[in-house]
Design a protein around this ligand. Sequence first.
Ligand code: AMP
Ligand code: MG
Length: 519
Amino acid sequence: MGALRFDNAFVRELPGDPVAANTRCQVQGALWSAVEPTPVAAPRVLAVWREMLDALGLDEADAATPEFAAIFGGNALLAGMQPYAGNYGGHQFGHWAGQLGDGRAITLGEVVNAAGERWELQLKGAGPTPYSRTADGRAVLRSSIREFLCSEAMHHLGVPTTRALSLVGTGEQVVRDMFYDGHPAPEPGAVVCRVAPSFIRFGHFELPASRGDTGLLRRLFDFCIRRDFPHLDASAPDAVGAWFAEVCERTAVLIGHWMRVGFVHGVMNTDNMSILGLTIDYGPYGWIDDYDPDWTPNTTDAQRRRYRFGQQAAVAYWNLGRLAGAIATLADDVEPLQDGLARYVGTYERVERENAVAKLGLASFREGDLQLMEDLQAWMHATEVDMTLFFRGLADVDPASGDIAPLAGAFYDEDKRSSGEPALRAWLARYATRLAADAEAPDVRRERMRRANPRYVLRNYLAQQAIEAATSGDLSELHVLMDVLRRPYDDQPGQERFAARRPDWARRKAGCSMLSCSS
Ligand code: AMP
Ligand code: MG
């Protein structure tokens, strides 16, 4: 552990709050507040991701030490750590919410590993900060497991994301009213250590901009380029435009991945948008089972469904518009910002085409391919078809043969299956014609599809099962699931149960299809 080398650029180069007391307040003129984690009763390491240990230059022996549990549970600091909570604002559900900040996240420091990679270590659930408002700064085990699992599941799926190192039980209870319906109950608490090259969010820029603090905004911008976009030059005349265009591009690529794998973030507020285009802040997220672009896992959003699956590309664009507004004072005119937004649209159109090509196993894009994909999706929606199982099964279908047996497991409703079959056959005939134009060996198509269409995703009910077992003291389910999620594109003999359709009992169960922000 002593080998970790820290280079805490954020606190060294950006202004912090001179008020040292850890009390809730509006923090002006500063991007962070020094704050230490609040110790917990009995920190115990419940799980670690060895991939992240590796990246930091640690090993499993390190993770087994009492020192590791103490540090990543919030009870001790290593030499070189400078803990702080970040100050940012955000638009929540379309409305400006003012200062938000890290209410329960505390960065310990920025590790630079032997390869020169920067990894910021951030505890979530480590106790109150000046940004905690009325809340307690803690996190419950269920939401911590969800963040811990999904971060690395996404990484292994090839989706840009913040990472996860450790899950530490605190030995303390946290009281939560899970459905905001007047039934608060104690639940086990936990702390996740999440890791990313940068935790800067759109909201970091929005807050100083909203206060007219152009000096602070400029310092943040210069810093962000220096540390997180080192290939750009902050002093170049077009720096703002070049940077914004890259943020737009990264965001479009990110949303493209979400749509490819069936991920619904659930709370795409601008404070939950990473400047590096990473998936960040795993809260009431969910995975598409039956293909439904209108679905949202977030009960807090159930009425308006702002953050539903099919809306994510449009919401990201709206969020980028808020970021453009925030940095507009740094640009000489708005044209480069408009160009950036156009870059988003263009990039998203490109990734949509790439998704269609990869998911359908086509050799390259041709006119009409998007229509082919959209028609399939409309049919999947109407027929209540499991997205993951269908695309995976489609790789094994020879569309010219008429044999649709590989798709048999993808249907949720027998009546809809039989009434939808003629349309499926008609679509497969079009697909067969399209594939013939590629003149490729079937194996080539199959392999391409298997790399774009995962077999294993973190279905909501799978996470919930691991949570329930862990809550009653059995961590084996969590560890098996971690192992399966490491190789989401491989068939894993013996692990078929993790690739199954959502069972009926999970359809309307809390934690499986309905999640609140309470965590
Ligand atoms: P989220 O919707 O999870 O992105 O959270 C929005 C804001 O609420 C962020 O500023 C969080 O830090 C804060 N927050 C959420 N839960 C807690 C908590 N238990 N204690 C303190 N702050 C919290
Ligand atoms: Mg957040």
